[in-house]
Write a protein that binds this ligand. Structure first.
Ligand code: ADP
Length: 939
């Protein structure tokens, strides 16, 4: 073990579980050994060598005053950085100790505007066993949260940069994933059980960009956590929303302990705890958040997301809030109506809206500034920003009161913070702070005159002492007839009189020479030395007093952190509301009528993002009690998925309190929106497998309720045709009969469209295309009824595959359908489950007589849906169309290339070929057939 400075470094490093240690050595923070290499790699620092007792160690350093940007860069890359400061020991030596561990979730000095959450998560099953586990390091009885048990989970989200602190209890694994995905925390600290739960850890790594950290298991213990919460928020908070749950309290307590322990000093900015129930918000599982591209596209870009399309906020805090509204839509109708009232009022008040926006453009981020005052990192300029932003409040009140907005919820937003308190604080800051204080806190000039009599006196004395010195050169010139005299000051010589060499011999006798330079000499006089002492004394006293007063002022602002946050929140709310109104006004959006009915009725609806870049064709949508399940058909690229996403986004926007892109919309509130998007899109991105598709479907079937909105964009496409259709069929029945959720289901299984004959609330719609003269025009219009043809062969036709091939394909398809049938299970309304048989060969339901044999799935024709896939396999092998027909292709096809294509087509096992392969096969066939048809081009 090396001794000396490197030894001290390594010792401290061993004390902490941080990834990197920055240790103060005089005017620098130094990194040694591995840490030096790491920092040099990450941040482009130069590495030198430090020898210590015969060995040599890599060393890198940054000046004391420049640590922050390096710290930020390291932490934003996911490292935990410990900072050790140097202090003087009693015997005059130096020692160092770790004062702070900066982690991704507790980084105050962040460089972007987004919220930055620390999440603590605790599973409810391990009460009272925390201590044991911490020692044994094993999960309790092998039971894990991800293993499907239903113990409640406590979760807390703390944003140290703004003081936001949210706590809730969740029901299980899916909710936890969804909630984590929603908040996208920078750091996740799992409780003692979860941190040993591999599935949990893996899911976090997969879903989130944040860092996983381990923390003292004791902090999650119920008693200790409850104590921490009481300490922070007072005894009365313990019974408030969310905290009646023990897991939630444990998560909250652990988060507080973690923030405290890492030493960022921002605990005080956690002024308020917001408990919420999972049922306050529309459920959006992680997949749905991704699919709907709320804050980023599936490719991970902000451009093209819903947020980016509608965001007109002008402040960082407003942007954060708008984002929160989108990812946490509400269920509370009254609250939504209030928000809509405000947006409505602002839509109609163009001039006022402009004025509000102009005022808000000057606002600083009060939530962030408040946190900086409590951590003590705020300088005078930060306080000036607070002062100037508080001053906007009365301006905004002016812009709202005595206008059309005066008795609307917009006015209430501004009435919420304690305005008198805000004014008093602002006046205090105005009286205290200099207009344009310097960046550094210790050089004076922070405060203005008239604030403190003692300070005024020091400033007076300082200035008159300076004045004597400032005018000295002139006086000396005159008194002694000297030319070339200047009076100046530097660190080593202090104040001096500098005389040019040519006249240096003429100086009076009381000048004492202190230095000879090339062209001049420096002198002092007794009086100058005396005055200098006075200046230095006063200067020091002034700086000291000023800094003391400044700290007291900052302390005072820190004590008002909650007030500053409130004003910040009000400004952010106004910004977000104004943004919604601006968008609604410019894009001609309409106020949705919120209802409690199970409906979604939209007239001339548009897709909020697509309409910005496309000449969009508006479409109607009607989902209600009698028509709760729409099967959406239409060729590829006709607009099915746009239509369905548009429905989900209109629902979501309405529950975010926004206007919606439609002429008219009646929106029955939902408890959750669930989506699963076509395997094709996802397969192309190499993300989805059939297993993932089925997991998503499973989650929807488990989670959705009669009050949910479900969007299914192709189901069963990732597998062979018969498996796929079987699953799609069964899922439709289940959603219609059991779950009864409002559902939009786009499918290429044309067979499903016949379900409308049998399932009472199923209806068909299709996206129309115009096929006149062999040309296909996408009309983008959604009409009632199914498409007239089935998907695959139809697309081949549309794509211009030669008629013989298409005709042949049609016959092959018929052949495959032969002797296939699916029973349909109907509603249980009226007591009995109705049954019917769908005959795949006829493409319709079989008539009356067949019904009897089907109920138990035992009839020859009535194979149960689930078995069809297996059957498909053997059928395709045994009586493949090619075998049955012989290999002869149609006699009138003479071209060898076309014949070869036909033969391949005949041999193709449709049941075993995923659609994505079919598409490329058809593409290749088409190429070969067209080439064969035009040989003359080469000759
Ligand atoms: P599908 O799901 O049927 O394959 P998409 O929904 O992906 O089709 O739409 C295909 C293309 O049509 C997209 O580029 C989309 O922007 C455009 N589109 C869809 N609906 C409309 C509409 N109503 N008006 C204008 N363009 C639309």
């Amino acid at each position: 073990m090396p001794t000396g400075i490197v030894g001290e470094f390594l010792e401290l490093k061993a004390e902490t579980d941080a990834d990197v240690l920055a240790m103060q050595c005089g005017d620098f923070y130094e990194f040694f050994a591995d840490d030096a290499e790491l920092v040099a790699d990450e941040l482009d620092l130069t590495v030198s060598q430090k020898s210590s007792h015969g060995s040599s160690y890599p060393m890198a350093g940054v000046p004391l005053t420049e640590l922050t940007p390096y710290l930020r860069a390291l932490v934003e890359r996911g490292y935990r950085v410990a900072v050790a400061d140097q202090y003087e020991t009693d015997d005059g030596g130096h020692a160092r100790e770790i004062v702070r561990v900066v982690t991704p979730g507790t980084l105050l000095e962040t460089s972007d505007d987004d919220a930055r959450y620390l999440a603590t998560v605790v599973a409810g099953e391990d009460d009272g066993r925390v201590g044991d586990e911490a020692v044994s390091g094993e999960a309790v009885s092998g039971e894990t949260v991800s293993g499907g048990n239903t113990h409640p989970i406590g979760i807390a989200f703390a944003d140290v940069t703004t003081g936001r602190f949210l706590v809730t209890e969740l029901d299980g694994w899916a909710d936890l994933r969804a909630e984590l995905y929603r908040f996208d925390p920078a750091e996740v600290v799992p409780g003692p059980t979860l941190r040993n739960d591999d599935a949990f850890l893996e899911a976090v790594r997969e879903d989130l960009t944040g860092t996983l950290s381990v923390f003292d298991a004791e902090a999650f213990a119920p008693g200790r956590a409850a104590h921490a919460v009481r300490d922070q928020f007072g005894a009365s908070i313990a019974n408030s929303v969310g905290l009646d749950s023990q897991p939630a309290t444990r998560a909250a307590g652990a988060a507080l302990a973690y923030v405290d322990e890492t030493g960022a000093g921002v605990l005080a900015s956690m002024t308020r705890l917001t408990g919420y129930a999972a049922t306050d918000h529309v459920e959006l599982d992680a997949t749905t958040q991704r699919n709907l591209e709320l804050t980023e596209t599936m490719r991970g870009e902000a451009t093209g997301s819903l947020l980016e399309a509608i965001d007109h906020t002008v402040t960082a805090a407003g942007g954060r809030l708008l984002r929160e509204w989108l990812i946490r839509p509400k269920r509370d109708r009254e609250a939504l109506e209030r928000r809509l009232d405000a947006v409505d009022a602002l839509v109609g008040a163009t001039l006022e809206r402009d004025r509000i926006t102009t005022i808000l453009e000057d606002a600083y981020d009060l939530e962030r500034l408040a946190a900086r005052t409590t951590s003590g990192s705020a300088g005078a300029r930060a306080l000036v920003s607070i002062r100037d932003t508080l001053a906007l409040l009365p301006e905004l009140v002016d812009a709202v009161e005595e206008t059309s907005l005066s008795s609307t919820p917009v006015a209430n937003v501004l009435a919420r913070p304690d305005r008198d308190g805000a004014r008093a604080l602002r006046e205090e800051l105005e009286d205290a702070l200099a207009d344009d204080p310097p960046k550094t806190k210790t050089e004076g000039g922070l405060l203005c005159r008239g604030y403190d009599p003692e300070l005024d006196e020091l400033i007076e004395r300082h200035e008159s002492a300076r004045e004597w010195i400032d005018t000295l050169a002139e006086r000396e010139k005159r008194a002694h007839g000297l030319s070339h005299v200047t009076v100046d000051r530097n660190k080593t010589d202090g104040y001096y009189i500098q005389v040019g060499k040519s006249v240096a011999d003429e100086v009076p006798a009381h000048y004492r020479e202190i230095k000879t330079l090339k062209n001049s000499k420096r002198f002092v006089t007794d009086e100058l030395v005396e005055r200098e002492r006075e200046v230095l004394r006063v200067e020091e006293a002034r700086a000291e007093l000023e800094y003391e007063l400044f700290e007291a002022l900052r302390e005072q602002v820190a004590e008002s952190a909650a007030l500053v946050q409130d004003v910040g929140r009000a400004l952010a709310t106004l910004d977000a509301l104004t943004s919604l109104a601006t968008h609604a006004a410019s894009e001609d959006w309409t106020r949705p009528t919120l209802t409690d009915a199970r409906e979604l009725a939209v007239t001339a609806g548009r897709h909020p993002v697509v309409e910005q870049t496309t000449d969009f064709v508006p479409n109607d949508l009607r989902l209600d009690a009698d028509r709760g399940f729409l099967i959406v058909t239409g060729p590829n690229m006709s607009g099915k998925s746009t239509y369905m996403r548009q429905a989900a986004l209109i629902q979501l926007l309405a529950q975010a309190g926004s206007f919606v892109p439609a002429r008219e919309a009646h929106v029955g509130l939902v408890d959750g929106i669930y989506t699963r998007v076509g395997a094709l899109d996802e397969l192309a991105q190499g993300r989805s497998t059939f297993m993932v598709e089925m997991q998503e479907l499973s989650n929807i079937l488990h989670s959705a309720t009669a009050d949910s909105l479900v969007i299914l964009d192709e189901v069963g496409r990732g597998t062979a045709t018969y498996d796929g259709i079987a699953i799609a069929w069964a899922a439709t029945e289940y959603l219609h009969n059991e779950v009864r959720a409002r559902t939009l289901f786009a499918t290429h299984y044309h067979e499903l469209t016949t379900l409308s004959d049998h399932l009472s609330r199923v209806a068909n719609v299709h996206v129309a295309v115009d096929e006149r003269d062999g040309d296909v025009t996408f009309l983008r219009t959604v009409r009632d009824g199914p498409t007239d043809r089935s998907y695959g062969v139809h697309v081949a036709d549309l794509a211009g595959v030669p008629a013989p091939v298409v005709d042949r394909a049609d016959r092959v398809l018929d052949r495959l359908r032969e002797e296939k049938a699916i029973e349909a299970r109907g509603d249980t309304t009226g007591g009995e489950t109705t049954q019917a048989v769908f005959d795949l060969s006829a493409g319709s339901f079989a008539t009356g007589s067949d019904d009897s044999g089907v109920g138990d799935g035992g009839s020859a024709n009535g194979t149960a849906a689930g078995e069809t896939g297996a059957d498909g396999e053997s059928d395709a092998g045994g009586t493949s169309p090619a075998d049955a027909d012989g290999s002869s292709a149609d006699g009138d096809v003479t071209d060898p290339a076309a014949r070869a294509v036909l033969e391949e087509l005949a041999d193709l096992d449709l049941a075993e070929t995923p659609p994505i392969e079919l598409v490329s096969l058809v593409d290749a066939w088409q190429d070969r057939v067209t080439e064969a048809a035009e040989p003359s081009h080469e000759g």
